[in-house]
Design a binder for this molecule. Structure first.
Ligand SMILES: [Fe+2]
Length: 229
């Protein structure tokens, strides 16, 4: 993705989040120059990969295959291995109408996806086969706000604002918004985007960035370049 495209997406994202009445932590609006000033006391932000994340999965068409996220809190793979420290994560996801996050599951992370505000959030579901492909034979059982839902393979759950779904490990899911853009929340176990995403069609989780202008805000993948502690 071009940095100019990412910058425009971020400016639009912060307006949308504000319009939804959701408030982000201070580091959401730190400019690249601010990152050069902050010292080691803020190392958790970079080390736990908190902050902005804009991706088109390197497919080149963000509007149809893409997602903007902001990670508010997260643990680390080390936390997860030892069972100590921060074992949870929280994100927001900005999902456009018909903007698909591709089919994937997580080996380790169990996650709740919550429609916080906006239109409808559509989630398509399959079980994983033992070979980690789509199982198009077995029904999918999930829990939505404490109530069991049974769906055929490839069935869809449509979440209105306030509704949520719990996605267990190995449950294939892809999602998009309908009717209007959605501000979704994610509450989960530790998020590890480097090692815990099984995309049905192998895809990079993060795009390669063409630097055609300076960053407006840093992405989580920019920290090694701008913040070294
Ligand atoms: Fe997921």
């Amino acid at each position: 993705m071009k940095r100019s495209e990412i910058n425009a997406i971020l400016k639009d994202a912060e307006q949308f989040v504000h319009a939804c009445g959701f408030n982000l932590p201070p580091f959401a609006s730190w400019k690249p120059e601010a990152w050069k000033q902050v010292g080691p006391d803020a190392a958790e932000i970079a080390h736990h990969k908190l902050g902005w994340d804009v991706t088109d999965f390197n497919l080149g068409h963000y509007d149809s295959d893409g997602l903007t996220l902001f990670t508010l809190r997260n643990g680390t793979p080390e936390n997860w291995k030892t069972g100590k420290g921060k074992l949870y994560a929280e994100k927001i996801l900005l999902v456009g109408v018909d903007q698909v996050t591709p089919m994937h599951f997580h080996w380790n992370k169990m996650e709740d996806i919550i429609n916080r505000s906006g239109g409808k959030l559509v989630i398509e579901l399959y079980n994983s086969s033992p070979e980690e492909e789509l199982d198009d034979q077995t029904p999918v059982t999930v829990v939505c706000d404490g109530v069991v839902r049974r769906l055929p393979p490839g069935g869809q759950v449509v979440l209105s604002p306030g509704e949520s779904i719990t996605l267990p490990q190995f449950c294939y899911h892809r999602f998009w918004a309908a009717e209007s853009r959605v501000l979704a929340g994610e509450v989960s176990m530790v998020n590890d985007d480097d090692a815990d995403n099984r995309f049905l069609k192998p895809l990079p989780r993060f795009p390669s960035v063409v630097e055609d202008e300076p960053p407006y805000y840093l992405l989580v993948t920019d920290y090694p370049q701008y913040y070294r502690f």
